[in-house]
Each structure stands twice: as structure tokens, then as C-alpha cells.
Ligand binder design. Structure first.
Ligand SMILES: C[S@@+](CC[C@H](N)C(=O)[O-])C[C@H]1O[C@@H](n2cnc3c(N)ncnc32)[C@H](O)[C@@H]1O
Length: 212
């Protein structure tokens, strides 16, 4: 999807999305554990939350001692996030060209942020993310595992056109490697059925290579 179409759709559902998902980490122990791993590694360093949505993951990282910057395409989403979590620096931007200095991040997370990118769009997006990581810094991704996209003309009660891309862990791993990142961990889990869409969830942790 074009970034401006994604932004326009999420502008329409910003409030509904936050109402539905901003509290979800309470019911997602694996996600909390992986965010804890990131926070423990950076020890007060700067972590970006790419495609941050309501900003709850960025705020969680701050509660765990990190400094956080949230980046999202949708201005209305960012506006709400700033009000909800003033302790996080939120910016409108595209994860494929983040408004951050090269090498400035101790870590980054991107939770379901690639859901509107097709497999062929992933390497360029990851290259943009990688540029902002310090050498050796980790990038944690989560995504819906699958092969076929789903198109919706309605989302959270709004009439919006959104294509949701599912990805295989192999595709995501290959795209990260094309972007010059080194994959350290891949895992999949069943959905938490009480709070999630019933799709298998994928997680990959990759690192920007350090100079030899
Ligand atoms: C499914 S939501 C996930 C939000 C949040 N990370 C979460 O886990 O609830 C996808 C979010 O990513 C944002 N997004 C999609 N593509 C993006 C891109 N290329 N750059 C920055 N944000 C993007 C959307 O605006 C939306 O807020």
C-alpha cells in the first residue's frame, strides 16, 4: 500500500485502534518478555518503535528504563499518542525513511508495522530501519504469519480500504538479510485467542552488522 493511503486509513481509526489495542500487552506475556529483553540490553539507550500506533509499546519500554521514540505514518495516531504518553518522543514518519539520525538507535522494535507492506517491499523498508541503528543494535519485528493478503473495506467500524499482508518467517528473514541485518532469533506462536486475530504470530530479532 502507498504510505499516504495507510496514513489516511489509520487517521480515521486512530481513536478506535487505541481503544481496542493500547491495553493489549497486559494479555501478551511473550511480547512483554521480548520487549523486556530489548530494554535490558539498551540500559537507558534510545529505542525506536516503528509503526508505533497508539504508542503503548514505546511507553512500556520507557517504564522498563529505556528512552523511546515512536514513529508512525498517521498524524492523528501520533497526536493521540503524544497526549496518552508524554514521556515518549512521537514523530510522524515512514519506517522506510525514519526521521532519525543514522546510527542513533540502541535498538528498534516494529510490532505489526510491516502488515501493509508486500514481501517485495520489505528489503527497502528494512534498509531504512537499519540505517538508524547503531552497529550491533537489535531490531525486533512481529508480524502475522501466512502467505495470502487480506483486503478489507472496513476496519474498526470505519469505511477504509486496507490490505493486510501476512508473511512467512523465511521471507522476513531473507529481507532482513538483504538489508544487511544479521538474524539472531526467529520464533512463531499460536494467537492469544482472547485478544488477537486468530493468526499465527511471527517474531524475528536481527542486528545491524558491526564493522569487521
Ligand atoms: C497494525 S498497526 C500496529 C500498531 C502497533 N505497533 C501495535 O502493535 O498495535 C500498524 C501501524 O503501523 C503504521 N504504519 C504502517 N506502515 C508504516 C510505515 N511504512 N511507516 C510507519 N508507520 C507505518 C500504521 O499507521 C499503524 O499505526
Amino acid at each position: 500500500m502507498k504510505p499516504r493511503d495507510v496514513a489516511a486509513a489509520y487517521d480515521q481509526v486512530a481513536a478506535a485502534y487505541a481503544d481496542r489495542f493500547a491495553g493489549e500487552l497486559a494479555a501478551k506475556p511473550l511480547d512483554r518478555a521480548l520487549l523486556d529483553v530489548i530494554a535490558a540490553e539498551v540500559r537507558g539507550g534510545l529505542v525506536a518503535d516503528f509503526g508505533c500506533g497508539p504508542g503503548h509499546a514505546a511507553a512500556y519500554l520507557v517504564r522498563r528504563g529505556a528512552r523511546a521514540v515512536g514513529i508512525d505514518l498517521s498524524p492523528a495516531t501520533i497526536e493521540r499518542a503524544r497526549v496518552a504518553y508524554p514521556e515518549v518522543d512521537f514523530r510522524v514518519g515512514d519506517l522506510a525513511a525514519p526521521p532519525l539520525e543514522a546510527g542513533s538507535l540502541a535498538a528498534a522494535v516494529a510490532l505489526y508495522a510491516i502488515v501493509h507492506l508486500s514481501a517485495t517491499e520489505l528489503p527497502a523498508a528494512f534498509t531504512g530501519c537499519a540505517r538508524t541503528l547503531a552497529p550491533g543494535a537489535p531490531l525486533l519485528l512481529s508480524f502475522h504469519v501466512g502467505e495470502k493478503p487480506i483486503h478489507r473495506s472496513e476496519f474498526l467500524g470505519a469505511a477504509v480500504e486496507l490490505t493486510f499482508h501476512f508473511h512467512t518467517t523465511t521471507q522476513v528473514t531473507a529481507a532482513l538479510e538483504q538489508a544487511g541485518l544479521e538474524v539472531e532469533m526467529r520464533l512463531e506462536r499460536a494467537p492469544y485467542v482472547a485478544v488477537e486475530h486468530p493468526s499465527t504470530r511471527g517474531y524475528v530479532l536481527a542486528r545491524r552488522r558491526s564493522p569487521a
